[in-house]
Design a protein around this ligand. Structure first.
Ligand code: UDP
Length: 333
């Protein structure tokens, strides 16, 4: 696999059930609307737009406004029981995509425990801040269906199912690492393996996140001929996460292969169109298109630089942003 990320596809945002609603004020967008409100008005609105708050969420009630599902200006407000709002980070709920290749680290083994522990520690730090983290893991460090299809009569679908099983191995490894340092974590698989993980149930996943658990989505989309990048875009849209954070082994998206071209430039931002039209290999076309259609921003960043995962999750400027501008998406201080 190429060691640099070329432009091929990415974006940001979320198709929440809310996004289909009419704006609350005549004709204004959710973002414009949110900016027009005082924080106490927002607080009341958030309470009104709540769909549920169950008794097992006793410490805080986190309610989401449609604008929080937007890539450009989610104003995330977390409510406590007294109805007071407190400043929040740029993203309230993120989808972190970790490729199998990134998990492999120095490649001596399929999974490098130092990498999984580094991920666990950084995710732990941000979940303590109240940011909800869902993870989609790849499986390319163990098995990539497209590379094996055709070998010894292995058809593509069978090869892809093996690839999906590989993602489950990574997910269980990551879960065990997370839980070893006290992060409550659930694995949900796209097809049933109920002895080892929960089946994917969207509402249940959201509930876990609201309770502060990390949810790892395994087995991709559950369908052959897809990738875990597409699974990341799909799950992001389904659970109303605000961004796909794609952790890779390189610093972001370059305008050329930096290994071959020392003058290759790391790009700050890209549009979805630039990714697709220039065929940059950021994500496969299905994944980037899904992100574009649902206004899901994508941040591509280097997993191997200490602190990068938590910086990306907190919405700080790191790597390359697709489908937005840093000014409008960087965490507010
Ligand atoms: N896969 C699949 N459907 C999916 C996701 C993954 O068939 O929805 C298979 C496919 O064979 C793929 C393998 O699982 O090669 C591992 O996923 P991927 O290559 O996306 O992992 P990554 O490159 O992120 O490590």
């Amino acid at each position: 696999m190429a060691s640099f990320v070329c432009l091929n596809s990415i974006t940001s945002c979320c198709s929440s059930p809310f996004s289909k609603q009419k704006p609350f004020l005549g004709g204004s967008s959710p973002n414009a609307f949110s900016h027009a409100l005082t924080s106490s008005q927002r607080s009341r609105l958030l309470l009104c737009s709540s769909s549920s708050s169950s008794s097992d969420n006793s410490d805080t009630i986190r309610l989401r406004h449609p604008a929080q599902m937007s890539s450009m200006a989610p104003f995330g407000v977390t409510m406590n029981e007294g109805g007071l709002s407190r400043p929040s980070h740029k993203w309230q709920r993120v989808l972190l995509k970790v490729s199998g290749e990134a998990l492999a680290g120095d490649q001596l083994q399929n999974i490098d425990p130092k990498i999984t522990m580094a991920i666990a520690r950084e995710v732990a730090a941000v979940t303590r801040l109240g940011i909800e983290v869902a993870i989609v893991v790849g499986g390319g460090n163990i098995f990539r269906g497209s590379s094996w299809a055709g070998s010894s009569g292995l058809d593509r679908s069978s090869a892809d199912y093996i690839g999906m099983l590989a993602t489950v191995m990574n997910a269980i490894f990551l879960q065990a690492t997370m839980e070893s340092i006290g992060i409550p974590t659930r694995v949900q698989t796209a097809f049933r393996m109920s002895e080892v993980a929960e089946p994917y149930i969207r509402r249940r996943a959201v509930r876990h996140l609201e309770k502060g658990r990390v949810v790892i989505f395994a087995a991709g989309t559950g369908n052959p001929f897809f990738t875990t990048d597409t699974a990341a875009a799909l799950r992001c849209a389904e659970i109303n996460a605000e961004v796909v954070l794609k952790a890779t082994n390189v610093d972001g998206v370059y305008d050329d292969n930096p290994k071959r071209n020392p003058d290759a430039r790391l790009l700050d931002t890209l549009t979805y169109h630039e990714v697709t039209s220039k065929e940059l290999s950021v994500m496969d076309m299905t994944a980037i298109t899904l992100c574009q259609e649902n206004n899901i921003p994508v941040v591509v960043f280097n997993l191997n630089k200490p602190g990068n995962i938590s910086r990306a999750i907190k919405g700080e400027k790191v790597g390359t942003l697709i489908g937005g501008t840093w000014n409008s998406t960087v965490a507010r201080t």
